[in-house]
Design a protein around this ligand. Structure first.
Ligand code: FES
Length: 157
């Protein structure tokens, strides 16, 4: 992404929020909605346009784990680590996903195919441990099933 192009896309967003209360958070929301994440170049431009230190912007981004610093993957895998899932072995499931995809929580695979997140309760504790890929919920998942599930979305074993 070239910085002029970013600036062009960013200006109307900044104009909308400049001077309003809580504008930095609202701006970051708008940025993430527009780009799908908060690219570093955008944070740099925001820092210049709003005349606030870059460190302040990163403070906000990292405080709210809603904000993403990497482009989202094509498929989002959410592993539930809520209490019910945790007790039924979710940490093992999480380790298996991480090892198959070679990513950590909050990261996207190099091919851009998967983004891995950890969540706290997906509201279907009876199916623990639960894993979700995009909008599809997989319940009572065993370590051995993880590769099978991931492969459905394009990852070859
Ligand atoms: S704790 Fe995992 S679905 Fe509720």
């Amino acid at each position: 992404m070239c910085s002029e192009h970013i600036l062009e896309q960013l200006k109307p967003i900044v104009e909308d929020w400049k001077g309003k209360e809580g504008n930095l958070i609202m701006l970051l929301h708008a940025v993430q909605k527009h780009f799908g994440y908060v690219p570093r170049e955008v944070s740099l431009q925001l820092s210049r346009l709003l005349e606030i230190p870059l460190a302040r912007i990163y403070e906000v981004i990292t405080f709210y784990n809603y904000f993403k610093l990497e482009p989202p993957g094509k498929h989002r895998i959410s592993v539930c680590l809520g209490t019910a899932c945790y007790l039924k072995g979710a940490p093992v499931i999480l380790e298996e996903v991480k090892s198959i995809l070679s990513v950590k929580e909050g990261e996207t695979t190099k091919d851009g195919l998967f983004h891995l997140d950890v969540v706290r309760c997906l509201g279907c504790c009876g199916l623990a441990p639960v894993l979700m890929v995009d909008d599809k919920v997989y319940g009572k998942v065993s370590k051995g099933q993880v590769m099978e599930i991931v492969s459905k979305y394009g990852k070859e074993g």
